[in-house]
Design a protein around this ligand. Structure first.
Ligand code: IFM
Length: 735
């Protein structure tokens, strides 16, 4: 009865009416659904759903990337379940790499989501619910209609579940529970009705156990299949481990597994949701990005986050600066355990980075541009162009900014989490050793100025340049951050070293021209052929190197991706205050956005500059990279860094959120066409909601929070929340 509720039905409760009888009927219906093993329905909310209708042979692999199910431990391509010539079943396990050197790649694992029927030209509908991490299928192959629900459990990473209902004989028709990849020896066996397989890979390996059962209605039986993957980069696999975990999962049963998974996703969204009121397309794009960011990063002892996460084989799963500078900030501000695991991945490979620096005759830690299992440089030295020409790859040798990017990741995590213990230990060590590298890397000229010669900045169209502003200023930031480190255990940073770091930082050239307010991207950039992207093509992104040829882009002021502007984004306190406008004016029209990392960062900065239309356009470009396959590379996996840049554009750009010591600073730039922007964050252990509107900012923290709006004075807002307006000191205090 709702009679006892003084205000009627509480918010969020659906009132069916009919009293206890109706309630009993509802329970009976639920019990019947469970007995029948009905395939669950999705909530079917278009604002949360990515749908793919049919199998388009040319786009199938793109769609399979978009529909990837991952849980931070393994990732599974969203194939059409049955056999289809365009399908490319793929299960990748995070952190386990096969092979050595540049050819090392993420291990392919046995596939759990193949069913034994031909899809043919059957209608196939796939819907991914971003809110719950459930992938639902409706197919009608010749032999009859099939419905299925799949998920990769966020509550029990490495555990997958498939429930499918279809005509008798179709699903139980003798297919393999686990389809083993052909690229290596997988041992296999059976144990009390369960199947298992395992492979040794490097120092570790993967073990998998799976079981299935058929039940439900006679005419349309249901197949339940559950698998458990236990990957490890360090420990040899043992099938008993996977079998024991599978047994626990079986004991829990389907309903509990599903409920736990849904609850885990609900919690993650409560920690991280971003709401854009007034632009449904952007909203869906942002949810899509956040969904894949959250599902790609685990939170165990370490997380190796490759450029495409667990969604595809591009770049062989190698870890780039994408992880530290693009993916990590989102996690640092919403789920710090995962950000910390990403830094532990680097910390565990510090010995390899120290050795790499030593081999180059330098001190400190030289992190590699591409990293995999053991932290050695795994960047390939050449690749074939589409025309079959062998091209050198210079990034491994030249993109040394990765060293400072790793330190920046530490700073970002500590700023958000306030994890002083990490900074005093592991994190501080990373910062100190990277600073030592820069101290031994710079060269002094006769006037005592420090230079970093022969590098490549983020703009990969210009190799072998001197004094790339991004590299130099990031190195300067790294040196200053290290000089300011708290005393470490064992006190290994001496005062003399701190003084040396500060002196080098002060003498590093940065290419800033006080007259124009523009940072020269590298020494001599200003003398290159002036060229604007608009002269080459009406829209971005464009691959200017393919259009103009490598040597022309090298000698022109056309840049692949945000370079100088990355400084305004990552280290705004290291650049001249109010130099953003001049650098945007200069670099924006020269940037091809040929890297997926670029438009989201431009969106963030354009938003800061109050250039709403251009900011929204750049943000839309960033959100559509995978959804529209604008780079034509989504077939090989999702662009995780671009997804991270989408969050950064919304949170750091439009909302203007920045940690400033113990204060959270908020300085929104809301485009007129948006009616609101809602963010959920975690700052120094305090979960909070921000509701930004054209009237002000509502701040609702879990515990008292020091917050500063715009240039105003910091205020303390309690859990009851407060509406802040520029200059609204008294009102906030009264609240
Ligand atoms: O790290 C990026 C780089 O900045 C541009 N090329 C692709 C790499 C991996 O995403």
């Amino acid at each position: 009865s709702v009679g006892a509720e003084p205000a009627g039905v509480p918010k969020g409760v659906r009132f069916l009416g009919g009293g206890p009888d109706s309630f009993a009927d509802l329970l009976a219906a639920q019990i019947e659904r469970r007995r029948e093993r009905a395939v669950p329905e999705l909530d079917d909310d278009p604002a949360w759903t990515i749908g793919v209708a049919g199998v388009d042979r040319t786009l199938e692999r793109v769609h399979e990337s978009l529909l990837t199910l991952a849980d931070g431990c393994i990732g599974t391509a969203g194939t059409p379940l049955g056999r289809h010539p365009a399908a490319a079943p793929l299960v990748l396990s995070g952190g386990v790499y096969v092979g050595e050197g540049p050819s090392s790649e993420l291990a392919r694992c046995p596939v759990w989501n193949s069913l034994p029927f031909d899809v043919g030209d059957a209608p196939v509908d796939r819907s991914l619910d971003l809110h719950t991490g459930l992938l639902r299928y409706e197919l009608a192959p010749e032999a009859g209609r099939v419905e299925a629900m799949l998920f990769s459990s966020l509550a029990r990473p490495g555990t997958t579940s498939l429930r499918a209902a279809g005509p008798r004989g179709l699903l139980e028709g003798g297919g393999e529970v686990l389809s083993l990849p052909a690229d290596r020896e997988w041992r296999r066996g059976a144990d009390e009705g369960r199947v298992w397989s395992q492979a040794r890979i490097g120092r570790g390996g993967v073990s998998v156990a799976a079981s299935e059962s058929v039940g439900g209605r006679d005419g349309s039986p249901t197949l339940d299949r559950t698998c458990v993957y236990c990957p490890s980069g360090e420990r040899q696999p043992v099938p008993e481990q996977a079998i024991a975990r599978l047994r626990e999962t079986e004991e829990a049963g389907y309903e509990r597994l599903l409920a736990e998974h849904r609850a885990a996703w609900a919690t993650r969204w409560e920690e991280a949701e971003v709401r854009i009121d007034g632009d449904d397309e952007l909203q869906l794009g942002a949810r899509f990005a956040l969904f894949h960011l959250m599902s790609s990063v685990g939170e165990g002892s370490e997380a190796a986050v490759g450029a495409r996460g667990l969604s595809g084989t591009a770049y062989r799963g190698h870890v780039f600066w994408d992880a530290c500078a693009f993916v990590l900030p989102f996690l640092a501000a919403t789920h710090p355990e995962a950000a910390r695991a990403m830094l532990e991945y680097r910390a565990h490979r510090l010995p390899a980075a120290l050795a790499m620096a030593r081999r180059a005759g330098r001190r400190g830690a030289r992190f590699p541009w591409e990293s995999a299992a053991d932290g050695d440089d795994v960047t390939p030295r050449s690749a074939f162009s589409r025309a079959g020409e062998r091209l050198p790859i210079l990034t491994g040798e030249l993109e040394e900014h990765i060293v400072a990017d790793v330190a920046w990741g530490v700073g970002c995590y500590v700023d958000w989490s306030g994890d002083a213990e990490f900074l005093a230990g592991t994190g501080g060590r990373l910062v100190a050793e990277t600073a030592r590298y820069w101290a031994s890397r710079v060269e002094r000229d006769a006037r005592g100025r420090a230079h970093i010669r022969d590098v490549m900045g983020p703009d990969e169209y210009h190799p072998h340049v001197d004094d790339n502003a991004f590299t130099n200023v990031m190195a300067r930031w790294n040196l200053r951050f290290a000089a300011d480190l708290p005393a470490q255990e064992g006190g290994e940073v001496t005062n003399a070293e701190r003084d040396e770091w500060l002196a080098i930082a002060d003498s590093l050239v940065d290419g800033y021209d006080a007259v124009s307010g523009v940072y020269e991207q590298f020494a001599g950039f200003g003398e290159l052929e002036p060229l604007l992207i608009a002269e080459l093509a009406p829209h971005r992104p464009i691959a200017a190197d393919l259009l103009l040829g490598r040597s022309r882009v090298e000698s022109a002021q056309v840049i692949k991706q945000a370079d100088v502007l990355m400084l305004h984004h990552l280290v705004p306190d290291e650049v001249v205050p109010s130099s953003l406008g001049a650098n945007l004016d200069f670099y924006e029209p020269r940037t091809a956005h040929a890297s997926s990392l670029s438009p989201g960062i431009h969106a963030a900065l354009l938003a800061r500059a109050g250039r709403h239309d251009a900011a929204c356009e750049a943000l839309s470009l960033a959100t559509r990279i995978d959804l529209d396959d604008t780079s034509e590379t989504t077939a090989e996996g999702l662009h995780l860094a671009a997804m991270g840049s989408v969050w950064q554009a919304l949170a750091l750009g439009f909302a203007g959120v920045r940690p400033a010591g113990e204060t959270l600073s908020v300085d929104p730039r809301l485009p007129p066409q948006w009616t609101g922007l809602g963010l959920r964050l975690q700052f120094r252990g305090n979960r909070l909601r921000l509701e930004i509107s054209h009237d002000g900012v509502e701040v609702i923290p879990e515990a008292p929070l020091r917050v500063r709006l715009g240039e105003g004075e910091p205020l303390v807002v309690g859990p009851q929340g407060a509406m802040l307006h520029v200059g609204s000191k008294q009102e906030a205090e009264r609240d």
